[in-house]
Design a protein around this ligand. Structure first.
Ligand SMILES: *Cc1c(COP(=O)(O)O)cnc(C)c1O
Length: 394
């Protein structure tokens, strides 16, 4: 257990001087395979009698440094890298689940995860059950193998109580798995609340620059060892060493970026709330957010995501988004640049409209991933796009 503070750990996590060369920056070990040296060592490596790298699909030194870094920040025993967030989630599911098992989740979830559950796992005989926050244990039974959740949720930034979910999971001997992509370990460390496994899409805040895809699991070493030898080895979605290096570089500035994302999101949320064209702003830092107290307990700050609902539905959203200049209309989040999306016609387009509305994804809803630009410029851009009359040049 690293006793240094989180900001120091983010800068130093996982690394140290390279033992082979003394390099101060983590070397990118760009190789597919590793020589055994001798016939006898090859046999020992394959028998598991000696630890060492064999083939980069199952392990690579640069990837291992990234895995140690995220595990350190989450306070986990071990980490395991993947080529994307979805690869991490599906490898975990394919390793621990079998037909007859049940996955219980607290929705709404990232669309890809819900798709994996309903379109793939269900086909392999896994029962999927949606849980009610108010009465978690009612949805669980001895067949429950995973209790799965995200906090804050996408796109309406609801919060779930991590301790309650972990306790409920453990009461039926299930694993509690949390997707911590929106919070990052600098704001929330689910393992400290009793959660077993934490998932990240490293593509988002950990990388932070929108230039690499990756995912990571952190949790108990023994469990992740199994996932490495099944979900990773057999499905093969290995993280590349170059991407691992980019994530390690991103993590070094994670504290600075997150502080700025949070500070900017706070200013943007307050500015939008004042605006007459805006019907509602979702941001867990507002004192009247339904789970504000929980957010204060579970999060060090309120994150970089802000969602707004415009008066005027789809037409208002289209006009607003097309008039933004600094915010890029694109999915993804957690980049240094600000991004904006219209969930109803993009990420949530395929959802049944009734379910979509019940999740709060209305036609006037716009999700912002607030970047690290000067906040005044972001607020000016939003205000100009909300202007009733077209301003000159717009
Ligand atoms: C993006 C995202 C994922 C999927 O990650 P990829 O790296 O795109 O595969 C999973 N969960 C959340 C919350 C995400 O935002």
């Amino acid at each position: 257990m690293n006793t240094r503070r989180i900001g120091t750990r983010a800068v130093h996590a996982g690394a140290g001087l390279d033992p082979a060369s003394g390099a101060h920056s983590t070397p990118i070990v760009q190789t597919s395979t590793f020589g055994y040296g001798t016939f006898a060592r090859g046999e020992r490596l394959f028998a598991g009698e000696e630890e060492g790298y064999v083939y980069s699909r199952v392990g690579n030194p640069t990837v291992a440094t990234f895995e140690r870094a995220v595990a350190d920040l989450e306070g986990a025993e071990a980490g395991l890298g993947f080529s994307s967030g979805m690869a991490a989630i599906s490898a975990l599911c394919m390793t621990v689940l079998q037909p007859g098992d049940q996955v219980a989740y607290l929705g709404p979830l990232y669309g890809g995860s819900e798709g994996l559950f309903y379109h793939v796992l269900q086909r392999f005989g896994v029962e999927i059950r949606s849980l009610d926050d108010g009465d978690l244990s009612a949805g669980l039974d001895p067949a429950t193998r995973l209790v799965y959740l995200e906090t804050p949720t996408n796109p309406t930034l609801e919060l779930h109580d991590l301790r309650a979910a972990a306790d409920a999971a453990h009461s039926v001997l299930a694993l509690c798995v949390v997707d911590n992509t929106f919070s990052t370990p600098l704001l929330t460390r689910p393992i400290e609340h009793g959660v077993d496994v934490v998932v990240h899409s490293a593509t988002k805040y950990l990388g932070g620059h929108g230039d690499a895809l990756g995912g990571v699991l952190t949790g108990p070493a023994e469990l992740l060892g199994q996932v490495r030898m099944e979900g990773l080895r057999h499905f093969g979605a290995a993280l590349g060493p170059l991407e691992a290096f980019l994530f390690l570089r991103g993590i070094k500035t994670l504290l600075l970026r997150i502080e700025r994302h949070c500070a900017n999101a706070r200013l943007v949320a307050h500015a939008l709330r004042e605006h007459p064209a805006v019907a509602r702003v979702y941001w867990p830092g507002f004192e009247d957010h339904p789970r504000h107290e929980l957010a204060r307990r579970q999060m060090a700050d309120f994150g970089g995501m802000v969602t707004l609902e415009l008066h005027g539905g789809r037409n208002a959203a289209e006009r607003f988004l097309d008039r933004l200049e600094l915010f890029t209309q694109a999915v993804s989040l957690g980049d240094v640049e600000s991004l904006a999306t219209h969930p109803a016609t993009t990420t949530h387009q395929l959802l049944d409209p009734e379910l979509r509305h019940s999740e709060g994804v209305t036609d006037g809803l716009v999700r912002l991933s607030v970047g690290i630009e000067d906040p005044e410029d972001l607020i000016d851009d939003l205000a100009a796009a909300l202007e009733p009359q077209a301003a000159p040049g717009r």
